[in-house]
Design a protein around this ligand. Sequence first.
Ligand SMILES: [Zn+2]
Length: 408
Amino acid sequence: MYIKANDTCPPFYWYLVSTTDNRSGLPPPGTANGGVPPPRLPDVTPTRLAIVFNRPYPCTYLYNGDMTTLRSTVLSPGHIYPGHPEEPRRFTLLDRMPVSAIENLEAAPASLDEIALVHEPAMIEAVRLASQTGPAIIDYAPTYVTPTSFEDALLAAGATLALTRAVVHKEAENAFALVRPPGHHAEPERAMGFCLFNNVAIAARAALAEGLDRVMIVDFDAHHGNGTQAAFWHDERVAYFSSHQGNIYPGTGWIEETPHARGRIVNAPLPAYAGDAAMARLLETVIHPMAERFWPEMILVSAGYDAHWNDPLTTLGFTTDGYFAVSQALVGLAKEFCEGRIVFALEGGYDPHNVANGAAAAFAALTGQPSRPALVDGSGLGNGDANPHPEPDIEARIHKIRQFHGLE
Ligand SMILES: [Zn+2]
Protein backbone atom coordinates (compact mmCIF):
# COMPACT_ATOMS: atom_id res chain seq x y z
CA MET A 1 0.00 0.00 0.00
CA TYR A 2 1.22 3.49 -0.78
CA ILE A 3 -0.05 6.86 0.27
CA LYS A 4 0.58 9.34 -2.46
CA ALA A 5 0.83 13.11 -2.44
CA ASN A 6 -2.39 14.84 -1.40
CA ASP A 7 -3.89 11.70 0.08
CA THR A 8 -5.12 12.13 3.60
CA CYS A 9 -4.02 9.80 6.36
CA PRO A 10 -6.70 8.66 8.76
CA PRO A 11 -6.09 9.71 12.37
CA PHE A 12 -4.60 7.44 15.03
CA TYR A 13 -2.91 5.18 12.60
CA TRP A 14 0.61 3.77 12.48
CA TYR A 15 2.78 4.20 9.42
CA LEU A 16 6.35 3.39 8.66
CA VAL A 17 8.45 6.26 7.45
CA SER A 18 11.84 6.17 5.86
CA THR A 19 13.89 8.60 7.88
CA THR A 20 16.07 9.24 4.84
CA ASP A 21 13.03 10.85 3.25
CA ASN A 22 11.76 12.52 6.32
CA ARG A 23 14.29 13.13 9.01
CA SER A 24 12.03 15.54 10.86
CA GLY A 25 9.30 12.95 11.26
CA LEU A 26 6.84 15.18 9.42
CA PRO A 27 5.60 14.60 5.90
CA PRO A 28 7.82 16.49 3.43
CA PRO A 29 6.25 18.70 0.77
CA GLY A 30 5.03 16.75 -2.27
CA THR A 31 6.05 17.54 -5.79
CA ALA A 32 2.47 17.19 -6.91
CA ASN A 33 1.55 19.92 -4.50
CA GLY A 34 3.00 23.19 -5.69
CA GLY A 35 5.88 21.73 -7.68
CA VAL A 36 8.23 21.67 -4.71
CA PRO A 37 11.09 19.27 -5.51
CA PRO A 38 11.59 16.33 -3.16
CA PRO A 39 14.26 16.70 -0.51
CA ARG A 40 17.76 15.64 -1.44
CA LEU A 41 18.48 12.22 -0.03
CA PRO A 42 21.31 12.20 2.47
CA ASP A 43 24.02 9.60 2.09
CA VAL A 44 23.16 7.62 5.18
CA THR A 45 22.00 4.12 5.84
CA PRO A 46 18.20 4.06 5.71
CA THR A 47 16.49 3.51 9.02
CA ARG A 48 12.82 3.43 9.66
CA LEU A 49 10.60 4.53 12.48
CA ALA A 50 6.94 4.45 13.21
CA ILE A 51 5.03 7.65 13.75
CA VAL A 52 1.45 8.30 14.66
CA PHE A 53 -0.78 11.06 13.43
CA ASN A 54 -3.49 12.25 15.76
CA ARG A 55 -5.29 14.17 13.09
CA PRO A 56 -5.81 13.92 9.33
CA TYR A 57 -2.65 15.11 7.65
CA PRO A 58 -1.63 15.44 3.98
CA CYS A 59 0.91 12.70 3.34
CA THR A 60 3.67 12.10 0.88
CA TYR A 61 6.29 9.37 0.62
CA LEU A 62 4.76 7.17 3.25
CA TYR A 63 4.71 3.47 2.64
CA ASN A 64 4.41 0.33 4.64
CA GLY A 65 7.69 -1.18 3.53
CA ASP A 66 5.98 -3.60 1.16
CA MET A 67 7.25 -1.97 -2.02
CA THR A 68 6.07 -2.76 -5.51
CA THR A 69 7.75 -3.60 -8.79
CA LEU A 70 6.05 -1.82 -11.68
CA ARG A 71 5.99 -2.56 -15.38
CA SER A 72 4.67 -0.67 -18.35
CA THR A 73 4.39 -2.18 -21.81
CA VAL A 74 4.30 -0.15 -25.02
CA LEU A 75 3.91 -2.51 -27.99
CA SER A 76 3.57 0.14 -30.72
CA PRO A 77 1.83 -2.17 -33.20
CA GLY A 78 1.74 0.48 -35.93
CA HIS A 79 5.51 0.99 -35.77
CA ILE A 80 6.44 -1.76 -38.19
CA TYR A 81 8.31 -1.93 -41.49
CA PRO A 82 8.48 -4.91 -43.87
CA GLY A 83 11.45 -7.17 -43.09
CA HIS A 84 12.79 -4.95 -40.29
CA PRO A 85 13.96 -6.77 -37.12
CA GLU A 86 12.75 -4.02 -34.75
CA GLU A 87 9.10 -5.08 -34.95
CA PRO A 88 6.14 -5.81 -32.64
CA ARG A 89 6.86 -9.55 -32.96
CA ARG A 90 9.71 -9.00 -30.49
CA PHE A 91 7.04 -8.82 -27.75
CA THR A 92 4.98 -11.87 -28.74
CA LEU A 93 6.23 -14.07 -25.88
CA LEU A 94 6.14 -11.46 -23.10
CA ASP A 95 2.75 -12.73 -21.91
CA ARG A 96 4.33 -16.14 -21.31
CA MET A 97 6.74 -14.75 -18.73
CA PRO A 98 6.27 -16.76 -15.51
CA VAL A 99 6.29 -13.69 -13.28
CA SER A 100 3.87 -12.40 -10.72
CA ALA A 101 3.58 -9.58 -8.20
CA ILE A 102 4.24 -7.02 -10.90
CA GLU A 103 1.86 -4.07 -11.09
CA ASN A 104 1.09 -2.58 -14.47
CA LEU A 105 1.29 1.16 -15.01
CA GLU A 106 -0.73 2.44 -17.95
CA ALA A 107 1.53 4.54 -20.16
CA ALA A 108 0.77 8.13 -21.10
CA PRO A 109 2.67 9.99 -23.82
CA ALA A 110 5.59 12.22 -22.88
CA SER A 111 5.06 15.92 -23.57
CA LEU A 112 7.18 17.72 -26.14
CA ASP A 113 8.82 19.64 -23.29
CA GLU A 114 9.82 16.33 -21.70
CA ILE A 115 11.29 15.05 -24.98
CA ALA A 116 13.14 18.39 -25.19
CA LEU A 117 14.94 17.54 -21.93
CA VAL A 118 17.30 15.67 -24.29
CA HIS A 119 16.40 16.38 -27.92
CA GLU A 120 16.63 19.58 -29.96
CA PRO A 121 13.23 21.06 -30.95
CA ALA A 122 14.21 20.87 -34.64
CA MET A 123 14.95 17.15 -34.29
CA ILE A 124 11.61 16.51 -32.57
CA GLU A 125 9.79 18.35 -35.35
CA ALA A 126 11.74 16.43 -38.00
CA VAL A 127 10.64 13.11 -36.48
CA ARG A 128 7.04 14.34 -36.33
CA LEU A 129 7.03 15.44 -39.97
CA ALA A 130 8.78 12.29 -41.24
CA SER A 131 6.30 10.17 -39.31
CA GLN A 132 3.33 12.13 -40.66
CA THR A 133 4.38 11.42 -44.24
CA GLY A 134 5.70 7.90 -43.55
CA PRO A 135 6.38 5.09 -43.94
CA ALA A 136 9.96 6.09 -44.62
CA ILE A 137 13.56 5.12 -43.90
CA ILE A 138 15.28 8.03 -42.16
CA ASP A 139 18.86 6.77 -41.75
CA TYR A 140 21.23 4.05 -42.88
CA ALA A 141 20.81 1.70 -39.85
CA PRO A 142 18.07 1.56 -41.24
CA THR A 143 15.77 3.52 -38.93
CA TYR A 144 12.18 3.78 -40.09
CA VAL A 145 9.06 5.75 -39.28
CA THR A 146 5.38 5.10 -40.00
CA PRO A 147 2.35 7.37 -39.51
CA THR A 148 2.05 6.18 -35.87
CA SER A 149 5.76 6.29 -34.99
CA PHE A 150 5.81 9.80 -33.50
CA GLU A 151 2.98 8.99 -31.06
CA ASP A 152 4.49 5.55 -30.38
CA ALA A 153 7.84 7.12 -29.49
CA LEU A 154 6.13 9.68 -27.22
CA LEU A 155 4.39 6.79 -25.45
CA ALA A 156 7.62 4.77 -25.07
CA ALA A 157 9.36 7.78 -23.53
CA GLY A 158 6.29 8.60 -21.42
CA ALA A 159 6.15 5.09 -19.95
CA THR A 160 9.84 5.18 -19.04
CA LEU A 161 9.39 8.62 -17.50
CA ALA A 162 6.36 7.67 -15.44
CA LEU A 163 8.07 4.59 -14.02
CA THR A 164 11.18 6.61 -13.24
CA ARG A 165 9.19 9.28 -11.39
CA ALA A 166 7.31 6.62 -9.43
CA VAL A 167 10.61 5.11 -8.30
CA VAL A 168 12.22 8.50 -7.57
CA HIS A 169 9.32 9.32 -5.26
CA LYS A 170 9.19 5.84 -3.73
CA GLU A 171 5.71 5.12 -4.97
CA ALA A 172 7.31 1.91 -6.23
CA GLU A 173 10.57 0.19 -5.40
CA ASN A 174 11.73 -0.49 -8.95
CA ALA A 175 10.37 -0.96 -12.45
CA PHE A 176 10.84 -2.16 -16.01
CA ALA A 177 9.66 -0.24 -19.10
CA LEU A 178 9.03 -2.80 -21.83
CA VAL A 179 8.83 -0.31 -24.64
CA ARG A 180 9.52 0.14 -28.31
CA PRO A 181 10.81 1.91 -30.30
CA PRO A 182 14.05 1.69 -28.31
CA GLY A 183 16.15 4.74 -27.51
CA HIS A 184 19.87 4.47 -26.76
CA HIS A 185 21.15 5.29 -30.26
CA ALA A 186 19.03 8.47 -30.54
CA GLU A 187 21.28 11.49 -30.12
CA PRO A 188 20.10 14.97 -29.06
CA GLU A 189 20.12 16.11 -32.69
CA ARG A 190 19.22 12.98 -34.63
CA ALA A 191 17.23 9.76 -34.54
CA MET A 192 19.29 6.71 -35.51
CA GLY A 193 19.85 2.99 -34.98
CA PHE A 194 16.14 1.94 -34.85
CA CYS A 195 15.70 4.63 -32.13
CA LEU A 196 13.58 7.79 -32.33
CA PHE A 197 13.70 9.36 -28.84
CA ASN A 198 16.18 8.35 -26.16
CA ASN A 199 13.84 6.95 -23.50
CA VAL A 200 16.50 6.34 -20.84
CA ALA A 201 18.29 9.66 -21.36
CA ILE A 202 14.99 11.53 -21.07
CA ALA A 203 14.16 9.58 -17.90
CA ALA A 204 17.58 10.45 -16.43
CA ARG A 205 17.05 14.16 -17.07
CA ALA A 206 13.56 13.91 -15.57
CA ALA A 207 14.96 12.22 -12.45
CA LEU A 208 17.42 15.09 -12.10
CA ALA A 209 14.61 17.59 -12.60
CA GLU A 210 12.68 15.83 -9.82
CA GLY A 211 15.50 16.63 -7.41
CA LEU A 212 18.12 13.88 -7.68
CA ASP A 213 21.73 15.02 -8.08
CA ARG A 214 23.37 11.96 -9.64
CA VAL A 215 22.01 9.25 -11.94
CA MET A 216 24.02 6.31 -13.28
CA ILE A 217 23.06 4.54 -16.51
CA VAL A 218 24.24 0.99 -17.14
CA ASP A 219 23.77 -0.16 -20.75
CA PHE A 220 24.29 -3.87 -21.46
CA ASP A 221 22.77 -3.86 -24.94
CA ALA A 222 25.05 -5.49 -27.52
CA HIS A 223 25.51 -2.13 -29.23
CA HIS A 224 27.14 1.03 -27.90
CA GLY A 225 24.59 3.61 -26.72
CA ASN A 226 26.07 6.47 -28.68
CA GLY A 227 22.95 8.58 -28.15
CA THR A 228 23.06 8.30 -24.37
CA GLN A 229 26.78 9.04 -24.36
CA ALA A 230 26.20 12.13 -26.53
CA ALA A 231 23.36 13.38 -24.31
CA PHE A 232 25.58 13.35 -21.21
CA TRP A 233 28.95 14.12 -22.82
CA HIS A 234 29.30 17.25 -20.69
CA ASP A 235 26.68 16.55 -18.00
CA GLU A 236 28.54 15.59 -14.85
CA ARG A 237 25.33 14.69 -13.04
CA VAL A 238 25.09 11.50 -15.10
CA ALA A 239 27.52 8.56 -15.27
CA TYR A 240 27.28 6.17 -18.20
CA PHE A 241 28.65 2.65 -18.54
CA SER A 242 28.25 0.68 -21.76
CA SER A 243 29.34 -2.87 -22.48
CA HIS A 244 28.96 -3.78 -26.14
CA GLN A 245 30.41 -5.82 -28.93
CA GLY A 246 33.34 -3.96 -30.52
CA ASN A 247 33.59 -3.41 -34.26
CA ILE A 248 29.85 -3.42 -34.93
CA TYR A 249 27.20 -0.69 -35.35
CA PRO A 250 27.38 2.24 -34.56
CA GLY A 251 31.21 2.17 -34.52
CA THR A 252 31.59 4.23 -31.33
CA GLY A 253 32.27 3.19 -27.74
CA TRP A 254 36.04 2.74 -27.71
CA ILE A 255 37.93 2.61 -24.43
CA GLU A 256 39.81 5.87 -25.02
CA GLU A 257 36.83 7.75 -26.43
CA THR A 258 36.08 9.86 -23.34
CA PRO A 259 39.34 11.37 -21.97
CA HIS A 260 37.36 14.35 -20.64
CA ALA A 261 35.09 12.08 -18.57
CA ARG A 262 37.38 9.42 -17.09
CA GLY A 263 35.52 7.29 -14.59
CA ARG A 264 32.19 8.86 -15.58
CA ILE A 265 31.60 7.77 -19.20
CA VAL A 266 33.09 4.30 -19.40
CA ASN A 267 33.03 2.14 -22.52
CA ALA A 268 33.78 -1.58 -22.52
CA PRO A 269 33.97 -2.89 -26.09
CA LEU A 270 34.06 -6.69 -26.01
CA PRO A 271 35.14 -9.39 -28.45
CA ALA A 272 32.56 -11.69 -30.02
CA TYR A 273 31.17 -14.35 -27.63
CA ALA A 274 32.76 -12.62 -24.63
CA GLY A 275 29.88 -14.14 -22.66
CA ASP A 276 28.56 -14.05 -19.11
CA ALA A 277 31.96 -14.34 -17.44
CA ALA A 278 33.07 -11.10 -19.11
CA MET A 279 30.02 -9.26 -17.80
CA ALA A 280 30.52 -10.67 -14.31
CA ARG A 281 34.12 -9.41 -14.33
CA LEU A 282 33.02 -5.98 -15.59
CA LEU A 283 30.47 -5.72 -12.78
CA GLU A 284 33.12 -6.48 -10.20
CA THR A 285 36.09 -4.59 -11.59
CA VAL A 286 34.55 -1.62 -13.45
CA ILE A 287 30.86 -0.98 -12.70
CA HIS A 288 31.10 -1.30 -8.91
CA PRO A 289 34.20 0.94 -8.66
CA MET A 290 32.43 3.48 -10.91
CA ALA A 291 29.47 3.54 -8.52
CA GLU A 292 31.79 3.87 -5.52
CA ARG A 293 33.34 6.92 -7.12
CA PHE A 294 30.13 8.48 -8.49
CA TRP A 295 27.74 7.47 -5.67
CA PRO A 296 24.54 7.49 -7.77
CA GLU A 297 21.13 8.20 -6.29
CA MET A 298 19.39 6.14 -8.96
CA ILE A 299 20.35 3.56 -11.57
CA LEU A 300 18.74 3.35 -14.99
CA VAL A 301 19.41 0.29 -17.10
CA SER A 302 19.43 0.15 -20.89
CA ALA A 303 18.50 -3.51 -21.09
CA GLY A 304 19.30 -4.98 -24.48
CA TYR A 305 18.66 -8.66 -25.02
CA ASP A 306 20.54 -8.70 -28.32
CA ALA A 307 23.69 -9.59 -26.34
CA HIS A 308 22.33 -13.15 -26.11
CA TRP A 309 24.48 -15.62 -28.06
CA ASN A 310 21.71 -16.57 -30.48
CA ASP A 311 20.51 -13.07 -31.29
CA PRO A 312 20.06 -12.75 -35.06
CA LEU A 313 21.98 -9.44 -35.28
CA THR A 314 24.98 -9.81 -32.93
CA THR A 315 27.30 -12.39 -31.33
CA LEU A 316 28.16 -11.25 -27.82
CA GLY A 317 27.54 -14.57 -26.10
CA PHE A 318 25.32 -13.78 -23.09
CA THR A 319 22.81 -16.32 -21.75
CA THR A 320 19.63 -15.97 -19.71
CA ASP A 321 21.57 -17.04 -16.62
CA GLY A 322 23.97 -14.20 -17.37
CA TYR A 323 21.10 -11.75 -17.76
CA PHE A 324 19.74 -12.85 -14.38
CA ALA A 325 23.17 -12.44 -12.80
CA VAL A 326 23.69 -8.94 -14.18
CA SER A 327 20.15 -7.91 -13.23
CA GLN A 328 20.63 -9.24 -9.71
CA ALA A 329 23.97 -7.45 -9.40
CA LEU A 330 22.49 -4.15 -10.57
CA VAL A 331 19.56 -4.46 -8.16
CA GLY A 332 22.17 -5.08 -5.44
CA LEU A 333 24.14 -2.04 -6.57
CA ALA A 334 20.97 0.07 -6.36
CA LYS A 335 20.38 -1.20 -2.83
CA GLU A 336 23.97 -0.41 -1.86
CA PHE A 337 24.07 3.10 -3.29
CA CYS A 338 20.57 4.33 -4.18
CA GLU A 339 18.10 3.03 -1.58
CA GLY A 340 17.06 0.49 -4.20
CA ARG A 341 16.05 2.98 -6.89
CA ILE A 342 16.46 1.21 -10.25
CA VAL A 343 14.48 1.26 -13.49
CA PHE A 344 15.14 -1.00 -16.47
CA ALA A 345 14.12 0.04 -19.99
CA LEU A 346 14.17 -2.25 -22.99
CA GLU A 347 16.57 -1.45 -25.82
CA GLY A 348 17.40 -4.17 -28.40
CA GLY A 349 16.85 -7.91 -28.58
CA TYR A 350 15.57 -9.38 -31.82
CA ASP A 351 14.60 -12.92 -30.85
CA PRO A 352 11.27 -12.92 -28.98
CA HIS A 353 12.46 -15.77 -26.73
CA ASN A 354 15.48 -13.80 -25.58
CA VAL A 355 13.36 -10.71 -24.89
CA ALA A 356 10.85 -12.68 -22.79
CA ASN A 357 13.53 -14.72 -20.99
CA GLY A 358 15.70 -11.69 -20.34
CA ALA A 359 12.78 -9.59 -19.08
CA ALA A 360 11.56 -12.47 -16.87
CA ALA A 361 15.07 -12.77 -15.42
CA ALA A 362 15.09 -9.03 -14.73
CA PHE A 363 11.69 -9.17 -13.01
CA ALA A 364 12.92 -12.07 -10.89
CA ALA A 365 15.86 -9.94 -9.79
CA LEU A 366 13.71 -6.85 -9.23
CA THR A 367 11.31 -8.81 -7.00
CA GLY A 368 14.13 -10.44 -5.04
CA GLN A 369 13.73 -14.00 -6.32
CA PRO A 370 16.75 -16.24 -5.63
CA SER A 371 16.83 -17.70 -9.16
CA ARG A 372 15.52 -16.98 -12.61
CA PRO A 373 12.25 -18.55 -13.78
CA ALA A 374 12.15 -21.36 -16.35
CA LEU A 375 12.68 -20.33 -19.95
CA VAL A 376 9.55 -19.66 -22.01
CA ASP A 377 8.41 -22.55 -24.18
CA GLY A 378 9.38 -22.94 -27.78
CA SER A 379 12.94 -21.70 -27.81
CA GLY A 380 14.25 -25.23 -28.40
CA LEU A 381 16.77 -24.55 -25.65
CA GLY A 382 15.16 -26.56 -22.84
CA ASN A 383 15.74 -24.85 -19.54
CA GLY A 384 19.36 -24.10 -20.30
CA ASP A 385 20.72 -21.84 -22.99
CA ALA A 386 24.46 -22.09 -22.40
CA ASN A 387 26.71 -20.27 -24.83
CA PRO A 388 28.03 -23.01 -27.17
CA HIS A 389 30.95 -20.84 -28.31
CA PRO A 390 34.35 -20.57 -26.59
CA GLU A 391 34.65 -17.39 -24.51
CA PRO A 392 37.80 -15.32 -25.10
CA ASP A 393 39.86 -14.03 -22.19
CA ILE A 394 39.24 -10.32 -21.60
CA GLU A 395 41.53 -9.63 -18.63
CA ALA A 396 43.92 -7.46 -20.67
CA ARG A 397 40.99 -5.40 -21.88
CA ILE A 398 39.62 -4.98 -18.37
CA HIS A 399 43.06 -3.88 -17.19
CA LYS A 400 43.15 -1.25 -19.95
CA ILE A 401 39.66 0.05 -19.06
CA ARG A 402 40.52 0.28 -15.35
CA GLN A 403 43.82 1.98 -16.10
CA PHE A 404 42.33 4.53 -18.51
CA HIS A 405 39.56 5.47 -16.08
CA GLY A 406 41.66 5.42 -12.92
CA LEU A 407 39.54 2.65 -11.39
CA GLU A 408 42.48 0.57 -10.12
ZN1 LIG B 1 21.42 -3.35 -29.65
